[in-house]
Design a protein around this ligand. Structure first.
Ligand SMILES: *[C@@H]1O[C@H](CO)[C@@H](O)[C@H](O)[C@H]1NC(C)=O
Ligand SMILES: *[C@@H]1O[C@H](CO)[C@@H](O)[C@H](O)[C@H]1NC(C)=O
Length: 454
């Protein structure tokens, strides 16, 4: 009898226990979700580093003020729908190319749903005018205020007393550290990596229009011709990624081999991250941002090679990106970035006829029931590559690292908690409003915004 009673009790206790366990699990997941946004905001910073930014001249200051202006065309495109993408176009000084890209964007299906952010490296009136003329979507224009192109006689431009070429600093008593090949910095060469890193930090963590955005941001360049199906294809890929390729970090508009048009298979393709039309979310940005030191210390002036050789290999798994079997964007430029119109050797190429579209490139052409073909081994830059140099100067490395800190370090930190193993700090910080956050008082740039450590 007693035995029987005990058994009955146990059989009643089992469902009760199950209910309690389920309730606890539900509560835990609820609490987790509630703190989802806070978790995404955790920033890794090294407390021993103090960010410094160069003193700005009049042009730099006036551009920084323009960066705070609201997007244009907001009256014509008042609401951006759920599931829209932000599109960031980064440009230097190739107006002929930019006209072609803007023209291609104007014919992209869905572009009116997007916020287009155009990030300028340097101030060039012709580039400015082209962007001001865009009428097919909301446009937010920003200018990198610390671009070397805005500093004619001080760092990040060339300052009097700087070493040049293969100067020997000790003999010539000049300033600067050479790269691994013995060459001193050249502003024209370092500007590209500075711009890309400033733009990434600004778009994800600085700009009011994008810093709370939880979707994917698509990045394109001034020599990427964008196909009419690009926007819808990216939306498809973003939707399919969690199920079809959970190991993919990003989606791409084109193969990582910039000359390839795609295989034309009836499958999606996962391969190494490419640099034409790539889109990822904030989770991925936080992983990249956490590698700021590796990015900024690597002696390589190209941002993409820096990512392939140092940042991606430091993630725990291979960094795959998902794309369709046909490209939706094409790199068309023959002139390198350093051969802008202001160069002594002007590169002439109007990009005309570079891209031919078939009917299939004008409509979404990725199918949800396709399998994913994974390309595992690919040639190209990877861990172990030493870098092409051009990035040896201590000042460039510090400016780069300062960009990663400028939106996170302020006197008014709200929460600071210690991360056990590394001794670095994990912080949840309020984002800054409008103004350019740090401002150095002397010519050399001085220390600003000390980190608070409890
Ligand atoms: C969410 O995070 C904040 C700050 O880290 C913390 O104070 C709060 O207790 C957390 N809330 C929940 C519901 O876990
Ligand atoms: C962002 O993308 C990564 C990689 O695809 C994914 O693992 C993660 O869950 C995504 N984060 C959010 C908040 O959607």
């Amino acid at each position: 009898m007693a035995l029987h009673h005990g058994a009955r009790l146990r059989s009643r206790a089992a469902p009760l226990l199950a209910v309690v366990v389920l309730a606890v699990l539900a509560l835990v997941s609820l609490l987790r979700n509630r703190n989802h946004t806070a978790a995404q905001r955790k920033i890794l910073l090294d407390p021993s580093f103090t960010p410094r930014l160069p003193r700005q001249g009049a042009l730099s200051l006036s551009l920084a003020r323009r960066n705070a202006l609201p997007p244009r065309n907001a009256a014509r495109f008042p609401s951006l729908p759920d599931g829209h993408l932000k599109v960031v176009l980064y440009v230097h000084n190739r107006p002929r190319y930019l006209r072609l890209v803007v023209d291609s964007l104007s014919r992209v299906d869905g572009i009116g749903e997007a916020l287009l952010v155009v990030s300028h490296d340097g101030y060039f009136p012709e580039m400015d005018e082209i962007v001001k003329g865009i009428a097919f979507c909301q446009v937010k224009q920003i200018f990198a205020p610390y671009s070397p192109h805005l500093f004619p006689d001080s760092f990040p431009g060339v300052a009097p007393g700087d070493c040049r070429d293969k100067d020997r600093a000790a003999e010539k008593r000049c300033r600067g550290e050479p790269d691994q090949y013995g060459n001193h910095r050249s502003p024209r060469i370092v500007s590209l990596k500075h711009h890309w890193w400033w733009m990434m930090n600004t778009v994800w963590d600085g700009l009011e229009e994008t810093r709370d955005f939880d979707g994917h941001i698509l990045f394109i360049e001034e020599d990427h011709y964008i196909f009419p199906n690009a926007y819808r294809n990216v939306q498809l890929l973003v939707d399919l990624k969690p199920k079809k390729c959970p190991q993919c970090y990003a989606v791409n508009l084109a193969p990582s081999d910039v000359k390839a048009k795609g295989e034309g298979w009836e499958s999606m393709v996962a391969e190494k991250m490419g640099n034409i039309g790539y889109a990822f979310n904030r989770t991925v940005w936080r992983k990249i941002h956490a590698k700021a030191k590796q990015f900024c210390d690597f002696d390589e002036y190209n941002w993409d090679i820096t990512m392939w050789a140092t940042v991606y290999p430091s993630f725990e798994a291979p960094v795959y990106s998902l794309r369709g079997p046909r490209r939706s964007a094409a790199h068309f430029g023959k002139c390198g970035l350093h051969q802008g119109q202001d160069s002594s050797s002007v590169c002439v190429d109007n990009g005309a006829g570079a891209v031919e579209l078939d009917a299939i490139d004008k409509v979404p052409n990725i199918k949800a029931d396709w399998p994913v073909h994974i390309i595992r081994k690919q040639p190209g830059y990877q861990a172990g590559f030493k870098g092409w140099g051009g990035w040896g100067d201590r000042r460039d490395r510090e400016l780069c690292l300062s960009f990663a800190y400028m939106y996170h370090v302020k006197d008014t930190l709200s929460v600071v908690e210690k991360l056990p193993p590394s001794g670095t700090l994990s912080m949840v910080v309020p984002m800054l409003q409008g103004e350019v956050p740090f401002f150095a008082a002397d010519e050399e740039s001085s220390s600003v915004g000390a980190l608070l450590i409890p």
